[in-house]
Structure formats: C-alpha cells, structure tokens
Design a protein around this ligand. Structure first.
Ligand code: BES
Ligand code: MN
Ligand code: ZN
Length: 484
C-alpha cells in the first residue's frame, strides 16, 4: 500500500470515506470541497441521514458508481487519536469491497489538539491494519488497497512526515505478522535466522548467526537444553544497527520458540493450538529493527533472539535435569513447558557483555498473564520504575494498553531448589511475576524491562481496530520508545 496526499477534487477514487462528529452538522473544508465535486451530496443527503455516532457508518452510492462512506467519530470532545484509529480502521475494512483500481480515499481530520503529524500517522496506520490479511494459503485473496489517498486541503510537511512514518510502521507490523501467522513447519529456527540475515543484508547492518556448536562453546546451555528434543537445529541471532553518533545503546530480546509443544510436559491440544506463535517476541523485535533501519535515529540497537523448538522426544530435556546456564547459575528443570525463561536467561546474560544502557525483553511467556490481564492488555514489569512509566506512557499514546505487574524479591522463595540454585517454575500464583523475577536473576542491567505478550500477540476475536490472529502488538510502541 502506498499513500498519496491530495486535494479532494483531485481524486478519481471509487470509495471516499468522510467523517462526522455526533450531532454536528457543519461540513469540514474537505467535505465542502467534495460537495463541489459531487453536486452537494454530503450536505443534501448524508448529513440528514447520519448521526455521527462512534463507529456508525453509512454508505451512499452516487450515480457514477462512486461510494461516499460516512464514518461516525462520536462526540467531538471525546475523540482521541486512538478512537480515530479504531473508527477509521473498521470503516476502511468494510469499505474495501467497493474499491475501483484498488484505490481508497479518506478525509484528513483536523481537530483542535490533534497535531498534523499524529493525525496523519493514525489515519495511515488505521488503513494499514485494515488492509492486512494473511491469505498466502487462501486460493481466493481479499481485495487489497494499493493506493491510499489522504484528502486534505493543507499540504503541510508535518502531514507528509506522519504518512511516511506510518508507511514504515505498517510495513514493519506486516512483516512481524507474516512471521507469526506462518506455520511452524515452515518458520523453523533456521528459516527465521535466514529472514533475519536477509533483513540485515537489505539494510547493510551487522548480523551474527550462531549455530549449535558455536552456542555450546558460548555456554548457552539453558537455551540448548530447551532445543535438544527437536530435529530442528537451534539458532541464535544478533543484529546490530548503529548510527554514526549513537546517543544510547539499547538491547531488545525476543522470545523465539518456533513451536512450543510443552516438551515432555506436553500441552493439552487446546493449549497447543496457537503455539506456532511462541516466536512472536522475535518477530516483534525484528519488526522494530526493520522500522529503525528505515527511520535511522541516532542510537545503537541490538536485536537478539534464541530460536528453537520445544519438542518431546528421546533426546528432550527432562524434569529433574540440572542445567548450568550461561551465567553459571544452575537451574533444576521443574517443568519443561516453562522453556521461554530458560532461553531468555542465557540471552540476558549474553546481553550484559555489551554494556547496554537499557535491556528490554518481549515474550509470549506465561498463560498467567492472560488470566491476569486478558487478551487486550500487555503485562510489563522490570527493575526500573522510570523506564516502566515511560514505556506505559508511549504505549497509552499509541493505543497499545499495558499494565504493570509487581516483582518482589521474595518471589525467589518459590523458586528454591534442593539441589540447584533455583527451579524454573514455582507455585501456581502470580505466574507472570514469578517468571519476571526468574529472568531478573540473569541481567546485570539496572534498566531492564520485561514485556509479556502471551495474551496480546495473537487474539481469537477482533478487538477495536485489531483483526483476529497476529496483532503486531508493541512494534509501534517499542519503536517510539527507543527513539525517545
Ligand atoms: N508459551 C507459553 C505461554 C503462552 C501461553 C503463550 C498462552 C501464549 C498463550 C509458555 O512457554 C508456557 O508454556 N508457560 C507455562 C509456564 C508454566 C509451566 C509455569 C504456562 O504459562 O502455563
Ligand atoms: Mn511453554
Ligand atoms: Zn512458550
């Protein structure tokens, strides 16, 4: 999808979306211009039949086949950019079927308090979300928007900036979603590593890919234990973007379990159903890297992921095994299904070697976070309250809700082992926090943030602008966060 900024009367599009506030009958400048082109249809017909309630829509066909679609934004004083994204995305989804030549046009909304860049960004992101469909395996494909037209009378550089940024983030989110939707049969550790390498080559950044033998030498023992039951070879990827004068060094770590069967502690069928998505953390940090390589901010960004499958077999790691992690700390395996924290532990230790200013890991880590926060709020925790607050602030602005879960030192009590330094699981309660507390042992960073997207990475029913399936959650928030 490419985005063009143009004046209302310049459009030849077959679908034009125009917006209304609840019970406000006065036309915007863009609507007045459209009315000149289409003989007053908005003023004479649409306004009279449309209340403008939030998420209300009305399709008005013109004689020449063009459809004017009214989108309700609700009460003017209650409209936020997050609500605008939702209303536009839903309307665009429904309007796609009317396109001619795969062109769709949307009125640019001007509202007091909305900056031009943010409004343009939100509008184009709304369209990008509406336009995504993983239809690789469908013999019949959906119609896709190829050209999105933003209709505006102003041609401010800020609008162009917002469009450009949104085009970049849409591409990154789509890249992430494609990886998540793909079957585990295809999206193996080796395949993800190749994709990471291609990304690095495309943007001429550094990529290090380590195989099993190298990982043995590097003492990634907890990671290797998780992967040892699978015929797929584990891979560790480390990509580095570095501007000329980086202001800070950030490490992003994504959980990269390409399939989580649970291992010998095998999952029941219903829990295994979506476990091809257990590499969403990895797909997310690669998506962020792609965006950063396009935007080119003054930072140094490292993206890391330990990729493997968690499978039951004769060579699987077993409960009761004691693993010496890369850090030297020993771990008694209490449950082979708590594999993510084992792989992440070694990567957190590896990350310490680079003396980063901040370390952030993102993982589909615990079913407990779904119990605590559901499928639309992401769990965050860490050891630095300023970082957590700053992250939440960015996430709220972008409409990706997050909520902090507590980490207490005495949670280590539950992880006590009789024969090793700790176990990988503890008692049932506060599972997400305990997993977070486990991870905290493996980083020396005082600026560490842990993001648990087990509930939000992949959803089984649509929510606001989000469609079913892979959501691309946190690609936008992480990108903005690390540039701030
Ligand atoms: N990958 C799962 C967590 C998960 C659950 C992701 C639901 C997405 C949706 C993780 O590896 C896991 O199995 N966690 C266990 C930990 C338990 C054994 C302590 C869980 O949450 O049940
Ligand atoms: Mn698991
Ligand atoms: Zn897992």
């Amino acid at each position: 999808m490419k985005t063009n900024l143009l004046k209302p009367f310049e459009t030849n599009s077959g679908v034009i979306i125009t917006c209304f506030y609840e019970n406000e009958k006065e036309l915007s400048d863009v609507q007045k211009a459209l009315d000149e082109k289409f003989s007053g249809v908005i003023k004479n017909n649409i306004v009279k039949n449309f209340e403008g309630k939030f998420n209300e829509t009305l399709t008005f066909p013109l004689e020449n086949g063009v459809k004017i679609i009214a989108a309700g934004l609700g009460k003017k004083e209650e409209l936020t950019l997050n609500k605008l994204r939702e209303a536009l995305s839903k309307t665009i989804s429904a309007a796609k079927k009317y396109m001619k030549d795969n062109i769709l046009s949307v009125e640019f909304i001007k509202k007091e308090g909305f900056c031009l860049k943010g409004t343009a960004y939100t509008t184009v992101i709304a369209a990008g979300i509406a336009n995504y469909k993983f239809d690789k395996y469908k013999t019949k494909k959906d119609e896709k928007i190829e050209t999105l037209e933003i209709l505006s009378l102003d041609f401010d550089e800020k609008i162009v900036e917002g469009i450009k940024k949104a085009d970049i983030l849409n591409d990154s989110m789509n890249f992430t979603k494609d990886l998540v939707f793909e079957s585990a049969e295809i999206m193996t550790p080796d395949k993800v590593a190749q994709i990471a390498k291609n990304l690095a080559d495309e943007y001429k950044i550094e990529a290090k890919i380590y195989d099993k033998n190298q990982l043995k030498e590097m003492n990634f023992n907890a990671f290797l234990a998780v992967g040892q039951g699978s015929i797929q070879e584990p891979k560790f990827i480390h990509l580095t973007y570095k501007s000329e004068n980086p202001k800070k060094k950030i490490i992003l770590i994504g959980k990269g379990i390409t399939f989580d069967s649970g291992g010998l502690d095998i999952k029941p069928p219903s829990s295994m159903l979506t476990m091809k998505t257990d590499m969403t953390g990895c797909a997310t940090v690669l998506g962020v890297m792609k965006a950063i390589c396009e935007i080119k901010p003054d930072i140094e960004l490292h993206v890391m992921s330990a990729l493997c499958e968690n499978m039951p077999s004769g060579s699987s790691y077993k409960v009761g095994d004691v693993i010496t992690s890369k850090s030297g700390k020993t771990i008694e395996v209490d449950n082979t299904d708590a594999e993510g924290r084992l792989t992440l532990a070694d990567v957190l230790t590896y990350a310490d070697e680079f003396a980063p200013n901040e370390v952030i890991d993102i993982a589909t880590l615990t079913g407990a976070v779904v119990v605590a926060l559901g499928n639309n709020i992401t769990g965050i925790m860490g050891n630095n309250q300023d970082m957590i607050d700053k992250f939440k602030n960015v996430a709220d602005i972008l409409g990706e809700p997050v909520w902090q879960l507590p980490i207490y030192d005495d949670m280590m009590e539950g992880l006590k082992s009789d024969i090793a330094d700790m176990k990988n699981t503890g008692p049932r309660g506060a599972g997400s926090s305990v997993a977070g507390r486990f991870l905290q042992n493996y980083t020396k960073s005082k600026n560490w943030l842990h993001i648990d997207i087990a509930g939000t990475a992949y959803i089984d029913k649509p929510y606001k602008e989000l469609q079913k399936g892979a959501t691309g959650v946190m690609v936008r928030t992480l990108t903005d966060y690390i540039m701030k």
